[in-house]
Write a protein that binds this ligand. Sequence first.
Ligand SMILES: [Mg+2]
Length: 394
Amino acid sequence: MAHANQVPVEAGAKDFAIADIQAWAISFPVPEHNSVRLGVGRARKRDAVVVKVTTAGGLVGWGESHHGRAHTSIAHLVGHALRPLALGMDATDVHGVWRRIYDAQLAAMGTGAACAMAMSGIDMALWDIRAKAVGWPLYRLLGGASRPLRAYAGGVALGWQEPAALAEEAAAHVRAGYRAVKLRLGDSVERDTARVAAVREALGPGVVILADANTAYTLDDARRMVPVLGELGVGWLEEPFPAHDYRNYELARGYGSLPFAAGENHYTRFEFNRLIDDRAVDVLQPDLSKTGGVSETLRIAAHASAYKLAVHPHTSMTGINMAATLHVLAAIDGDGYFEADVSRGNLFRDELVATPFAIGADGCVRPPEKPGIGVEVDEAFIRDHPAIEGPAYA
Ligand SMILES: [Mg+2]
């Protein structure tokens, strides 16, 4: 049965018919010397899901679906549940594909995080194809411009080491050009305070310090930490609580003036809708590979702009999502930060693709200039790094 939202491929655009959608779950082990301990545990391996869309005319688009700590399942979802919905559709009809998946899965089966992650990779790949089709870098197709984008040193880095060692790691990133760093909290109140104080002491007042509790705080932890982090001049406290603990966010809002950030675990505009309505969070952090791709992030950013809310997207895990995020940042309102993954030895950033960003002396990065998302994926790397099952953190 033809679907109401499935626009038939025009005769002149047959080359854009989606001929194939492939998804791979890939992994690499993290050696002990590169491992970081965070609130979610110690990293043992890295997982990712890479999505490739091919048109009948031979155009290839690449996207990333967040692994969701179930990378083989997410890849299976892309390749088996979503692929048949989009095959044969016009690859340039990116909103039509989104809507078709929405109708069949999110609307009919509930807003599942796994489906949102899976469809994110397809959406990203379709935007890659659209921009390649006109020969433009994606930011230009989105109505943006190449401009300096503020970046902070983040990713799976700056974890739970001793305060002095953490301060040295943070200082090294500042020497490299960063003017903002994000620390991982969610340990004990005392140790979190010691780490932030040591980094503030080492970096001085001119560097922006951000903090991420990775959902590990209780309400009482937040009651104690919010004033302390405020006094230490922290720019935001990210995810003190799990995404669905709406009431805790609202209550903790009263503990001080420290801005709260959240969004990497909010899926689609429909969950951001509530996040905005609740007025508990100042900084929205959609992740393109989780929340529904480039399309959905643009919708969320448009909603946020109506309330002058900051959008500082979350990024992980591969250079594909990082590059796509740079394009989106260059095209949306505001002066959003790019989360620069400064983790040691991230092969998904440096070998799956060529590292898609470089920090400048001005503390900023710029979007890639090649057509599309602007990264070339090494398919041999995909073959050589098959999925490793089991938890990535222990
Ligand atoms: Mg976070």
